[in-house]
Design a protein around this ligand. Structure first.
Ligand SMILES: Cc1ncc(COP(=O)(O)O)c(C=O)c1O
Length: 457
């Protein structure tokens, strides 16, 4: 396994470091003020008060020269850290050879598809075909289209709290008013069921766990005439919910859903866009449940510094699709494909995935100890380096921390040099999702700063 010293060399030393006492600094402030004049603020985190200027490993500089520890990794994207030296070499070599070939064959995408087949989860490993897309939304859009075609069915079952993207079909299965209000109607034929979010499950449980109640409800939905039981093409589920609040249900839920899918002829699709690519301590987060998916979608951390996404599907399903029925101009651009392969190689040879599991457990324990005395923490949860800290105004009532107080927490973290991006149904979950190359020292520093901010807010 890669040593802490080797990992330290991948980032700027001595973060966090501030050259300007004012936050955001004057150059950042000017850029932030100007942005809405020229660019639509419908983009993600449009209001986030930070301007990225340089990045190395898990550290980031803003235009004022302030140096941050980034435990958000570009929202889970920089799996091996920003501008990893081996990625830079791959970019240099490949950019001199070939970058774009439209959606036609290029030697790198062919190689990448083989590598993906070898690292796919059980059920798909060495038995899959990859479709390449350019973003998570595109991957989900495609998975929906393909699942309808191969099953001859229409409906899609997804979950409360789900985030699967913002295109037409992917937005239809994504939940949350901020992405939907006023933009409809979206694609029809979507059913949403409760996700087993133990901290805020909407129904009484009795003797059963929320995983069992939610899993049994999916079986009911797939088998009742009120939801056109024979018409559900696929159940699409995040094995760890990302934007929905870093919720990591126990294996039983996924096992129940998978067996209901098998029984009633629906496909089981795991959306691994945020939780995949080694982040949770396994290459794919569905592996924790021991369930064999029919398809998985990937994005974010697979590409790292360059966009790369797609759908990995069972070979027999892929063979039912018509050639040329889903073209995309920028899919598996040769440069992105070369970088994706380099990312996978870096993760494998440095054993970063096993390390993510170890470091994740250590960090969760430290946060759980802090939670014992910090009333503002409602729950610490997660898997590997995908850790959620749900903040509440009251532990007794579980009232979510208000937007105003969350802003104060995020702002205080930034002004002390830690980048954390909130998520969750109420925007009250802080998430730790650093690059897998974060040193223990930087993780410890980030946690210490977080704890001191929470003590004050
Ligand atoms: C689970 C999941 N699926 C799909 C997407 C959409 O990905 P993209 O933003 O690349 O379109 C996201 C983005 O956050 C995601 O977390």
């Amino acid at each position: 396994m890669i040593s802490e010293n080797e990992l330290a060399d991948l980032s700027y030393p001595d973060a966090p470091k501030f050259d300007s006492s004012e936050f955001p600094g004057p150059k950042s402030q000017a850029l932030l003020k100007e942005a809405p004049e020229y660019e639509s603020m419908t983009r993600g985190a449009g209001e986030f008060p930070l301007v990225f200027d340089q990045g190395k490993g898990v550290t980031v500089k803003d235009p004022d020269g302030n140096l941050y520890i980034d435990v958000s990794a570009g929202v889970g994207v920089s799996s091996v850290g920003r501008s990893h030296p081996e990625v830079l070499t791959a970019i240099e070599l490949q950019s001199k050879r070939l970058m774009h070939a439209s959606d036609m064959s290029n030697s790198k995408r062919g190689e990448l598809a083989k590598v993906i087949s070898s690292v796919a989860p059980p059920g798909l490993q060495d038995n899959c075909i990859t479709y390449f897309a350019q973003s998570g939304s595109g991957a989900l859009e495609t998975a929906i289209k393909f699942s309808r075609k191969v099953t001859g069915r229409n409906q899609i079952l997804a979950f409360h709290g789900a985030y699967h993207g913002v295109w037409h079909a992917s937005n239809a299965i994504t939940t949350g008013d901020q992405y939907r209000a006023g933009y409809g109607p979206f694609m029809g034929g979507v059913i949403h069921a409760p996700y087993p979010y133990a901290y805020r499950f909407p129904f009484p449980l009795g003797e059963k766990s929320c995983e069992v109640v939610a899993g049994e409800y999916v079986e009911y939905l797939l088998n009742t005439p009120y939801t056109a039981a024979d018409d559900v093409a696929a159940v699409i589920v995040e094995p760890v919910q990302g934007e929905g609040g870093y919720v990591a249900p126990a294996a039983e839920f996924f096992q129940l859903v998978k067996s209901a899918c098998e029984k009633h002829g629906a496909l089981f699709i795991a959306d691994e866009v945020q939780a995949g690519a080694g982040r949770t301590g396994k290459m794919w987060s569905i592996e924790h449940a021991g369930v064999k998916p029919d398809m998985i979608t990937f994005g974010k951390g697979m590409g790292g510094d360059l966009p790369m996404a797609g759908v990995i599907m069972r070979k027999d399903l892929a063979q039912q699709l018509d050639a040329g029925s889903q073209p995309q101009t920028f899919a598996a651009n040769a440069l992105s494909a070369a970088v994706c392969m380099t990312n996978i190689e870096i993760m494998q040879k440095n054993e970063l995935i096993a390390r993510a599991s170890e470091l994740g457990q250590e960090t969760m324990r430290a946060l759980q100890v802090a939670a014992e005395r910090l009333e503002i923490i409602g729950e610490v949860r997660g898997r590997g380096l995908m850790i959620g800290i749900e903040l509440v105004a009251s532990r007794d009532t579980k009232e979510p921390l208000s937007g105003e107080r969350m802003e104060k927490v995020v702002g205080s973290l930034l002004s002390r040099g830690v980048i954390m991006v909130p998520c969750g149904r109420n925007g009250n979950v802080l998430r730790l999702m650093p690059s897998l190359t974060i040193t223990r020292e930087y993780m410890q520093k980030a946690v210490d700063i977080l704890v001191s901010v929470l003590e004050e807010c």
